[in-house]
Design a protein around this ligand. Structure first.
Ligand SMILES: Nc1ncnc2c1ncn2[C@@H]1O[C@H](COP(=O)(O)OP(=O)(O)OP(=O)(O)O)[C@@H](O)[C@H]1O
Ligand SMILES: O[C@H]1[C@H](O)[C@@H](O)[C@H](O)[C@@H](O)[C@H]1O
Length: 379
């Protein structure tokens, strides 16, 4: 596992230590326009940083905090939404807010096929290394959506943060602009051919969706860091050097898949903060991924559900005096209480579903209604 780097190696002034369990989230908020059959069916706040902040605010242990470095333009429409209001973005006066058009197909998506075609319509400024606060963090989340986390920015994150978790979408997206004003099609490039590849061995966790995994090259990447592949309604798999684990999903009625991966990564990070092993923390990732797909845009969590989750974590998690994100090494294997943790979280998920109005095919902004998934037993 990566050792925290001494920034400047004694030549420059050392960044000051921040609060013991402070995190650093880097990636821009954006505008998401959701289209189905050529019709706009939703306009929402997006950007991995928005989904991530939403989950970290909800599920981090009480002593943990985090800062967000995000950029938006003067047209940003969601400054008073909960996540940006609590974690305000940097304003770029000369650039519009990053925006995406997501075209959903009417065909039901499989867990491994793209469920939507994305176009990047506007791109705000990148996030530069000097935009990051000059202090040390317990952990960092690199969660770009439009190439805004530059290689040099990721490198500075690695220097500032004890453990860095990266969403592959921040590293492998390429944008092919078309002259007709409809924006740039989003495609993927092989991670190995990017300047980010050389940084992988200093990253703790790299998360990719099953669509992105072939571009990451799981077998090569797992020798450098722990790789997590999310598999939509099938849950996720973790691959580390010398082991792997499958982690069962939670049932969900999917109405909008946007932000599932982001919410997963934040849930996973929160699990580590509570002192869980990586495979157990992945349960919390699956839990928040399932919660994200059950609502359009950045989800609102029912307070009773959140109380239940916190009670479970207080009860089940390791003493946080030595949370693994703050320690020298991570534990990857599932613990003996893994299945019990899954069952308790499933109860909490039921609380959320019982409080939500039933999804209807023609309801407001419903995009992709699916049958609830039953988690396969065992891992
Ligand atoms: N239909 C579903 N039912 C239950 N859980 C789901 C469903 N879809 C996603 N999840 C949960 O969310 C996690 C992330 O989903 P997914 O693999 O689709 O990520 P993604 O493709 O990166 O998402 P996005 O790009 O839409 O944010 C999954 O590993 C799973 O735990
Ligand atoms: O808001 C969404 C979300 O953050 C997704 O994870 C990302 O894939 C999209 O590009 C973005 O528009």
């Amino acid at each position: 596992m990566p050792e925290p780097d001494d920034e400047g190696a004694g030549q420059q002034q050392q960044p000051k230590a921040g609060p013991a369990l402070e995190g650093l989230v880097v990636g821009s908020y954006c505008h998401d326009v959701l289209l189905r059959g050529g019709r706009v069916v939703g306009e929402t706040l997006g950007g991995a940083a928005a989904f991530v902040s939403n989950v970290l605010d909800a599920a981090s242990p009480p002593e943990a905090s985090f800062s967000v470095v995000s950029k938006v333009g003067p047209d940003f429409a969601y400054a008073s939404a909960p996540a940006p209001a609590r974690h305000p973005p940097l304003l770029c006066p000369a650039r519009p807010t990053t925006s995406f058009h997501a075209r959903f197909s009417d065909a039901a998506a499989s867990a491994h096929a793209p469920d939507r075609q994305l176009r990047r319509v506007h791109a705000c400024d990148p996030i530069y290394p000097e935009d990051l606060p000059d202090r040390r963090f317990a952990y960092g989340l690199a969660v770009g959506v439009a190439g805004e986390v530059l290689p040099e920015t990721l490198e500075r994150m690695i220097r500032l943060c004890r453990a860095v978790l990266v969403d592959a979408q921040a590293l492998i997206r390429a944008f092919d602009a078309e002259g007709d004003g409809s924006g740039a099609a989003v495609r993927h490039v092989a991670l190995e051919g990017t300047p980010y590849a050389g940084l992988l061995q200093r990253v703790a966790f790299l998360k990719a969706s099953s669509e992105e995994a072939p571009y990451v090259g799981v077998e090569t990447a797992r020798r450098r860091c722990c790789v997590i592949v999310t598999e939509g309604r099938d849950g996720c798999r973790l691959y580390w050097d010398g082991g792997e684990a499958r982690v069962a999903p939670f049932p969900a009625v999917q109405v909008d898949p946007t932000g599932a991966g982001d919410s997963y990564l934040a849930g996973f990070a929160a699990g580590l903060l509570w002192g869980l092993s990586a495979t157990d923390a992945a349960l919390l990732g699956n839990f928040f991924g399932a919660a994200a797909v059950s609502q359009v845009g950045v989800p609102t969590f029912h307070p009773k559900m959140l109380q239940a989750v916190k009670r479970i974590l207080e009860d089940k998690a390791m003493p946080r005096s030595s949370p693994c994100i703050n320690g020298a090494a991570f534990t990857f294997q599932r613990s003996i209480m893994h299945d019990e943790l899954h069952a308790s979280l499933e109860e909490a998920a039921r609380l959320m579903r019982d409080q939500s109005p039933p999804a209807t095919e023609n309801g407001d902004g419903i995009l992709l209604a699916q049958e609830p998934t039953s988690p396969p037993s065992g891992c």
